[in-house]
Design a protein around this ligand. Structure first.
Ligand code: ADP
Ligand code: MG
Length: 214
């Protein structure tokens, strides 16, 4: 069975559950170097996404992603809402009218998501933001797709690279976003957005792996 809109809706539902589960942890990370709302912001956004998915039946993977994007933009708030919204929107655009995803499309979607976040937030790798997780994830996904990996394989590679990227933010001093106001005091903590990006990709990878086994 191909990875179609229905598969992606299932994955987004699992993602909503994962974000709800990580809410306190993400908020705790944001208490260390921000204003302590990152977990709440994302949990509110994904809860709204799940509500919308109960009423809508998006026909293509692209439409699933654009529903996620517009809902996150209108409900998450904070710096991360428009950034995650842009990521999902760019991914949606790249996938276009495809009815099923493959490894190459998923890798292109992640590259587009990363490029969108960078264009919008102007952060580079090393600034201690979600880009530190998303950028290596997009690159690992591209490399995996070039070697013929399927959706699950590409997402597994992306998730592993994102986890390493999130951990790499710990010794960094933040140069973008609210954490940058802390100067040197931002050193020694993992960036909340890099961590949530990792959980997001981890959850998508897990769903794709169980989809493959179906
Ligand atoms: P806020 O900072 O407005 O409270 P959140 O707490 O929801 O918003 O999100 C904080 C996260 O947003 C940070 O951990 C960081 O990863 C990400 N972020 C903030 N500014 C930028 C930026 N300019 N580019 C990329 N990511 C950013
Ligand atoms: Mg915050």
């Amino acid at each position: 069975m191909g990875y179609d809109a229905e598969s992606l809706v299932k994955a987004v539902r699992a993602l909503g559950a994962e974000i709800a589960h990580r809410r306190a942890e993400l908020t705790h990370l944001d208490q260390e170097i921000g204003d302590g709302d990152h977990g709440e912001n994302l949990a509110r956004g994904f809860s709204a996404v799940l509500t919308k998915l109960r009423a809508a039946e998006p026909e293509t993977p692209s439409k699933v992603l654009s529903l996620v994007a517009t809902t996150l933009i209108s409900t998450v708030g904070g710096a991360s809402g428009p950034l995650f919204g842009t990521a999902f929107l760019r991914a949606s655009t790249v996938i276009g009218t495809a009815t099923e995803l493959d490894g190459t499309l998923v890798a292109s979607a992640l590259v587009a998501a990363r490029d969108g976040v960078v264009a919008r937030g102007k952060a580079e790798v090393g600034d201690k933001t979600m880009v530190d997780a998303l950028s290596p994830a997009a690159e690992a996904a591209t490399a995996a797709a070039a070697q013929g990996a399927d959706v699950a394989g590409v997402l597994a590679a992306a998730a592993a690279a994102a986890a390493a990227g999130a951990e790499s933010t710990r010794p960094l001093q933040a140069r973008k976003g609210r954490a940058s106001y802390l100067g040197e005091r931002s050193i020694g903590h993992v960036d909340p957005g890099a961590q949530s990006t990792t959980y997001l990709l981890d959850s998508l990878a897990l769903s794709a792996a169980s989809h493959t086994e179906d």
